[in-house]
Design a protein around this ligand. Structure first.
Ligand SMILES: [Zn+2]
Length: 228
């Protein structure tokens, strides 16, 4: 997948002023050197929004200025030529600017917090997603799921002192973890389960076959021992 992303102005403001998921996404995009696209109209929209008096306290607290943020965002983005978007294809004129950038820059994804855009789902083959959704997609793309080395996929380990079976700390009882390209393992966040369910089901079936078990396997997340 060749990712090319346009981030809605409101989320760019959130990322710079309040951090959170939009900032984490911006960071993911920069770290992975994914082209972040913009157009002149979006930059001027951002500039005038950031100059609203309601944000001045926040800029002061962060000891930055609108110019700092604009310079930083310009450095992170690639300017593209906007496409013409038929006025009737969007409910709100400002949404047209985002789509013009996305189509003009052959984007793969538009990231927005705006329901008018999110409900579209996609626009001329460009996926329109929330910041959290794109983060999940990007993380799944670079991480493989492997059997947890601490519990061999069981999700439980024996407590040294009591002898009881307890949930494995390493994978949080899932039996599987994410492994990044750099070889670092981490537990699979709860929010990702719907996205990785198929992979977990396949791995669990393979594991049980390797153990010589021929019956149907229960899905890992349906096993009582793995309830969290
Ligand atoms: Zn484990």
């Amino acid at each position: 997948m060749n990712y090319r992303v346009v981030i809605d102005t409101n989320l760019v403001i959130s990322a710079f002023l309040w951090g959170g998921t939009p900032y984490a996404l911006l960071n993911d995009i920069v770290v992975r050197e994914i082209p972040l696209l913009t157009i002149a109209a979006m930059l001027s929209e951002l500039d005038s929004a950031l100059r609203k008096p309601k944000f001045s306290k926040r800029f002061h607290a962060q000891q930055r200025t609108v110019d700092n943020v604009m310079d930083e965002y310009r450095r992170l983005t690639t300017m593209v030529t906007p496409a013409d978007i038929p006025a009737e294809s969007v409910r709100d004129r400002k949404d047209g600017i985002v789509l013009a950038a996305a189509v003009g820059g052959s984007a793969s994804h538009v990231v927005s917090g705006d329901n008018d855009l999110i409900v579209l789902g996609s626009y001329s083959n460009i996926a329109i997603v929330t910041a959290a959704a794109l983060r999940t997609i990007l993380n799944a793309a670079v991480e493989t799921i492997i059997q947890c080395v601490a519990c061999d996929g069981y999700g439980t380990v024996q407590d040294d002192e009591t002898g009881d079976m307890i949930a494995c700390e390493w994978c949080k009882g899932a039996g599987y973890v994410y492994r990044t390209d750099a070889g670092v393992d981490r537990p699979i966040p709860d929010a990702d389960y719907p996205h990785v369910a198929h992979t977990l089901e396949r791995l669990e079936a393979e594991r049980l076959r390797a153990l010589g078990y021929t019956g149907e396997s229960k899905k890992p997340w349906e096993q009582a021992v793995r309830k969290r």
